[in-house]
Design a protein around this ligand. Sequence first.
Ligand code: NDP
Length: 322
Amino acid sequence: ADHRPTILVPGRINPRVRERVEAEFDAVFIDKPDARLVDADARSRVVGVASMTKISSDFIDAFPNLEIIANFGVGYDAVDAAHAASRKVMVTNTPDVLSDEVADTTVGLLLNTLREFPKAEAYLRAGRWANEGAYPLTPLTMRGRTIGIFGLGRIGLAIARRLEAFGVAIHYHTRNKRDDVEYPWHETLIGLVGAVDTLIVVVPGGAATNKAVNASILDALGANGVLISVGRGSTIDEEALISALGERRIAAAGLDVFADEPNVPQALIDLPNACLLPHVASASVSTRNAMADLVVGNLLAWFDGRPALSPVAECEGFNRTG
Ligand code: NDP
């Protein structure tokens, strides 16, 4: 018998997580997070989960000896962490190791949205430069913009530091004012949006931010307004956004995340002033490998009796003995 801890991997997972979990643990793989796919004997052996899929309270409750859920990704809105915490099950995520990559992507997406580089490249590739002449001048530019960051956490701050080099003004909204930055803080999102023309959304998903960016927020951003969304799709009211873009009540939007991934509304795809990416903000081999190593590192630390490397807020201070 394999006396190593049994780790369950439900659903798709990064290949390095798969390889390393197989090498270090007794690994059980199932196609989706459905406890009926695990027989009764294995169910009682499962002490850890490594996942990047939805982990519900029912799924957690199906494993009586579960100790830890190691989530691949810094955003863990798919995991019922409050329920896990109530059962003293540790939940870990992958903060910091992806912040620079996601911030780089966000700046790229902002520039692409403003200066239409993907459309300009498509114009060249279609032979239109030679046939029709220069690509049209872009109405939008980074020059002179005032940027509002909704969520000045690890990633938001990495974005702000990069944008300083662009010579743009930076404001932010969080629930708690930071005492380590000079950027103007706004107590409310509507207050932030009233002061800026560009909104970068990088808050976590979940109930507290659900559809926080609604029609009123978009209208307050104004006709020269640009929305960039790299946190979670749930934070944006997509229908309100589609109307605002279609009616030019805001100028443009750049999105890496969507409400119902991988399904993107056709109305959004059809809009010329939307710049769309398939959730690739952290998606380089090196950054995803670093995230994989942090997932496995959390499991190894935990079953070695050491503190988890990156517990989520709900599970701060939990350890193996309770
Ligand atoms: P952090 O926890 O470091 O930062 C979150 C920030 O959001 C904090 O400043 C927090 O401040 C603020 N915040 C949280 N809730 C609210 C709220 N209800 N109202 C206003 N502000 C709020 O997280 P990271 O920066 O590491 O990551 C942020 C999110 O980005 C992740 O949760 C994930 O969903 C997303 N992400 C997306 C990726 C992609 O591929 N597109 C890749 C990586 C992350 P305060 O608590 O004071 O309100």
